[in-house]
Design a binder for this molecule. Structure first.
Ligand code: GH3
Ligand code: MG
Ligand code: MG
Length: 452
């Protein structure tokens, strides 16, 4: 991941030091020596994460952060404030200014890498969501943005009462917390429930917190669950191992409440963004194969599936039948009740159709008011029975449609085609069913007709 980090500090030696360390971790670095320069770099979108010194002459770090967070062009840029050691007031002021995280001077290498990495990941996700929203024509809209300070479901694996109390005091009001002392139990809970974050103490009496982190990362259900480790100061190699195992971030005891709040917020936001991205991908996949009004397979997908169903059937010498269904006088339904009522009829028809066929049958919308069903392992006479049953379920029970007092009587005509020695190609099969459908229409509609 080659994120670009903006280092802002008025002391050139500090800038040099941070730059060297970030370079060693393969981050790209841009620098600014005062607030004005920093804002300019950010507005030109030349960086992904900002490391911001609090104490600077002229515009201080808080003011820079406030301005970044107030401008829609830069508000999603993660900001890490570099505060003086143990300055609680600075952290509170930083949170109020909208800072995403804190580091204290002198900056520790491990902390620097962990924080920058964690926020760079968040930035990449927000960029991707923003890009997709823009691609979908929602530029400038905020509906892809996640709430700034989301609340979440958090599992805390910690056995020290005083630490638990501190966590409760810091997060209890905003988040739904659950405490657990036993890592095995925690693993089970994490796999079973819908968590947003897990806090894991690396020093549990009689248990190995690191092992739990490794297990969380290897289970399918918990692989993407953010982990925030809690550890004591001075055990850097354990923390390094934790981060190598895929722990997202850490916090040291004694836990600073504001720091904890900020880290938890970052992890939960990142989880929300990546969940949203995953959902969007899922939706795109569904849209590619299904018709949005009825939820049935769309024509392209149906034809592709039908091709492989037909070649399987002919290859194994098994029967396969196809129903081609057309709603009778649908144009007059639209004309009499309106296009919206027509749409309702189509989707109600689709749900009756789904209920009338088996799980292995594939139902699709061929276009307009024309539908298809492919039925593997089904010969022509069985297909006729299925079609006849569907026909009567449609005509015998008029459709209730929103905005219409009187239910609407709907009928269908169905053509049945089957794979046979003369009819082994997809196109021939569709043509045969189409001929039969034409025959059903010609002989009076509301009927089923089989290909000769
Ligand atoms: P037939 O019994 O011969 O099939 O008569 P018909 O009126 O059903 O056939 P025709 O093909 O003349 O008309 C089909 C109508 O379906 C015309 C078109 O406006 C309408 N239609 C196509 N797609 C949709 C849709 O998504 N929603 C609605 N409401 N109407 C649609
Ligand atoms: Mg029709
Ligand atoms: Mg038609």
């Amino acid at each position: 991941m080659s994120a670009r980090v903006l280092v802002v500090d008025d002391v050139p030696a500090n800038v040099k030091l941070l730059e060297a360390r970030l370079n060693a971790e393969y981050f790209d670095v841009v620098v600014a020596f005062d607030g004005r320069q920093a804002l300019e770099v950010c507005r030109k979108r030349l960086c992904d994460v900002v490391l911001l010194d609090v104490m600077m002459p002229g515009m201080d770090g808080f003011e820079v952060c406030r301005q970044l967070k107030a401008d829609p062009a830069t508000m999603h840029l993660p900001v890490i404030m570099i505060t003086a050691l143990n300055s609680t007031e600075d952290r509170v002021a930083g949170l109020e200014a909208g800072a995403d995280d804190f580091l204290t001077k002198p900056v520790n290498d491990l902390a620097l890498t962990a924080r920058v990495r964690s926020l760079a990941r968040l930035k990449l996700l927000t960029d991707e969501l923003g890009a997709r929203a823009a691609g979908a024509g929602q530029l400038g809209s905020t509906d892809w943005a996640i709430e700034d300070d989301p609340s979440g479901r958090i599992l805390v694996v910690e056995d020290r009462p005083e630490v638990r109390e501190r966590i409760e005091a810091s997060l209890g009001r905003q988040h739904e917390l659950r405490f657990e002392e036993n890592p095995q139990e925690a693993l089970f809970l994490a796999a079973e429930s819908d968590l947003d974050l897990i806090l894991v103490s690396l020093r549990l009496t009689g248990h190995d917190g690191l092992r739990l982190c490794a297990q969380l990362r290897s289970l399918e259900r918990t692989r993407t669950l953010p982990i925030l480790a809690i550890d004591d100061p001075g055990v850097e190699d354990r923390l390094t191992r934790a981060l190598d195992l895929g722990v997202n971030d850490y916090i040291l005891r004694p836990i600073d409440r504001n720091e904890l709040k900020a880290r938890v917020r970052t992890q939960i936001r990142r989880k929300r963004y990546s969940d949203k991205l995953r959902d969007d991908v899922q939706l795109t996949l569904e849209m590619a194969i299904s018709d949005s009004l009825t939820g049935l397979a769309n024509r392209r997908y149906f034809e592709r599936q039908l091709r492989s169903m037909v070649s399987q059937a002919t290859g194994r010498g098994r029967p396969l039948s196809l129903l081609l269904i057309d709603i009778d006088h649908f144009k007059s339904i639209n004309d009499r009740f309106g296009h919206l009522a027509g749409d309702d009829v189509l989707s109600e028809f689709a749900s009756r159709l789904k209920r009338a066929v088996r799980g292995i049958d594939l139902a699709g919308r061929f276009g307009g008011e024309e539908f298809v069903v492919a039925m593997p392992d089904t010969d022509a006479s069985t297909a006729y029975v299925v079609a006849e049953r569907l026909r009567s379920r449609i005509s015998d029970e008029p459709f209730r449609v929103a905005g219409q007092l009187e239910p609407i009587t709907v009928t269908i005509s169905v053509g049945v085609g089957s794979v046979s020695s003369e009819c082994g190609e997809v196109n021939e099969l569709i043509a045969a069913a189409d001929m039969a459908l034409y025959e059903a229409k010609r002989t009076g509609r509301n009927r089923v007709s089989s290909a000769a």
